[in-house]
Design a protein around this ligand. Sequence first.
Ligand code: HEC
Ligand code: HEC
Ligand code: HEC
Ligand code: HEC
Ligand code: HEC
Ligand code: HEC
Length: 420
Amino acid sequence: MRNISSVLGKLARVVSMSLVLLFAVATLHAQDVKEGEKIFKAKCTSCHKVDRKVVGPALKGITETKSEEWLIKWIKNSQALIASGDKDAIAIFEEYNKSVMTSFTDLSDDQIRSVLAYIKAESVEKPKDATNPGETAKDDNANLFMIFGLLGIVVLAIVVIVVLNRVIRTLERVIATNQAAVEAEEEPKTSKKFLAFAQGFVKNKKLVGFAVLMLVALLAVGGWKTMWNVGVHTGYQPVQPIKFSHQLHAGINKIECQYCHGGAFKSKNASIPSANVCMNCHNTITGSEHYDGETSPEIAKIYRALDWNPETRTYGNNPKPIQWVRIHNLPDFAYFNHSQHVTVAGVECQTCHGPIETMEEVYQYSPLTMKWCVDCHKATDVKSDNKYYEDLIKAHESIKKGEKMTAAMIGGLECGKCHY
Ligand code: HEC
Ligand code: HEC
Ligand code: HEC
Ligand code: HEC
Ligand code: HEC
Ligand code: HEC
């Protein structure tokens, strides 16, 4: 009897250890994929997509066909690998007409492993809900997946324990009959059996402790993640009504942000350009060279929105606005002014919005939480060489001298102080 319960104790310990390990691995893996996604989106999307060829090859399944070691070498410095005479490297280089991939010597091996983990995760086929594009929340799915995975593990652990317990009880009975110490006991009814088993389970303190521990850990992790992510939409990337690419416009064609988002420099709102702004170029650029002389279906959507007939080059009278899906959105009770940050403080758009000029589809790069605003305010110097601060300093000097100071002297006439 002693032996059996000590074996059971050991088993429970082994099972719990491996569960804790599994748990840690699952968490780490999710973090890797997240970090990898960040790096991939910042550094690779200008040339690669996972599922299709862009400038470079589609990277789907690359971790299956090439070794990790090879991939790390290639990503750090593909030219060096080609120069070393590596056959695979030379083959892919020639297949892509010897276009040179950027070297990423600044990425550590671990960072590259994260990128590969992300590519691997993205390589798995997943259903895309095309009817409801506004709701694509990959992160949430990943979290849910992890939580359900863990729940599965716990259920499995309990099943294993149940089975073990049964085996042990049978063994005990066999021993008992062998010793012939007990006369044939009448078989208890199933409900009684279950009761006896449940009692056994509850009596085994280690098992109960373990099950409770796992449950608490699970709830804690789930709760923690959910609490921190309430209202945080980092990575939010809705599908837009027109496949407008910032990579193509702001990146490759180097159109200034100001051209389309002039508001960011002079007002609170950055503003989204109207379709008329698109027409400055797209009344002549139809993208037809990529579509056998036909107008690009995406550009045709601009024409449809404006009710513009490219044949007769006239506007009809039935325009419908393009319904871009808003990505960045602070709650109404928080006041944020673009021009104060962009023009007065001189903060680059990319500091808050990430490498927009490499994004084929815009996603939310910063968390937009209060902590995010406050942390930056604590860390960023104010540029004080402008009229506003000169006036403020003057006002302070007046108070020191005992002169009067009006609200106007501390910026009370600035339009933005009273107007949204
Ligand atoms: C400037 C464009 C460019 C950027 C940026 C870029 N790549 Fe590439 N990549 C290429 C091209 C082009 C090839 C095809 C081989 C060649 O011509 O050198 C390639 C090939 C590859 C290959 C080999 C594919 C195969 O089938 O063997 C991998 C892996 C790869 N890139 C990963 C990355 C990763 C990861 C990043 C981001 C850290 C990245 N690339 C960024 C252009 C780029
Ligand atoms: C040719 C016009 C054009 C240029 C140039 C352009 N954008 Fe945009 N931008 C758009 C349009 C149209 C949208 C709405 C569709 C979308 O989200 O992709 C948009 C959306 C955005 C958004 C997301 C808005 C939201 O819904 O929260 C940000 C951020 C942004 N642009 C920043 C930039 C930055 C930074 C630059 C310069 C590097 C830039 N844009 C250059 C047209 C432009
Ligand atoms: C300053 C000029 C300019 C403006 C303004 C501009 N574009 Fe473009 N756009 C281009 C150029 C150049 C291309 C590349 C055409 C090519 O490769 O054939 C392009 C390509 C595109 C394409 C890809 C077409 C395809 O299927 O290959 C789309 C979609 C597009 N633009 C949408 C828009 C929208 C929507 C706006 C307004 C928010 C806009 N563009 C404003 C210059 C502009
Ligand atoms: C200090 C951080 C910061 C900087 C710098 C910044 N933005 Fe924003 N941007 C935001 C925030 C926060 C929002 C959400 C605003 C809201 O919901 O009221 C936003 C929203 C936007 C939007 C969506 C439409 C709107 O006006 O709300 C666009 C477009 C945009 N930004 C473009 C730009 C461009 C272009 C630049 C550079 C010229 C820029 N931003 C610089 C933080 C920033
Ligand atoms: C990249 C750093 C950065 C981030 C992120 C940032 N700010 Fe700022 N913010 C500044 C700087 C720098 C100033 C000072 C500008 C000036 O000189 O007037 C400022 C000024 C302000 C002011 C005016 C303060 C005053 O007394 O006049 C407000 C309001 C403000 N920020 C709101 C926000 C909000 C809301 C967010 C988050 C959604 C945010 N900021 C995010 C850098 C940042
Ligand atoms: C001290 C606060 C304050 C300042 C500073 C201020 N305004 Fe106003 N403004 C108001 C108030 C309050 C109203 C609404 C009262 C009304 O409609 O008579 C208003 C109304 C307006 C209106 C009329 C809106 C309408 O619907 O009738 C305009 C336009 C306007 N302001 C523009 C500006 C401009 C431009 C500046 C900067 C030069 C500015 N304001 C500075 C407080 C201010």
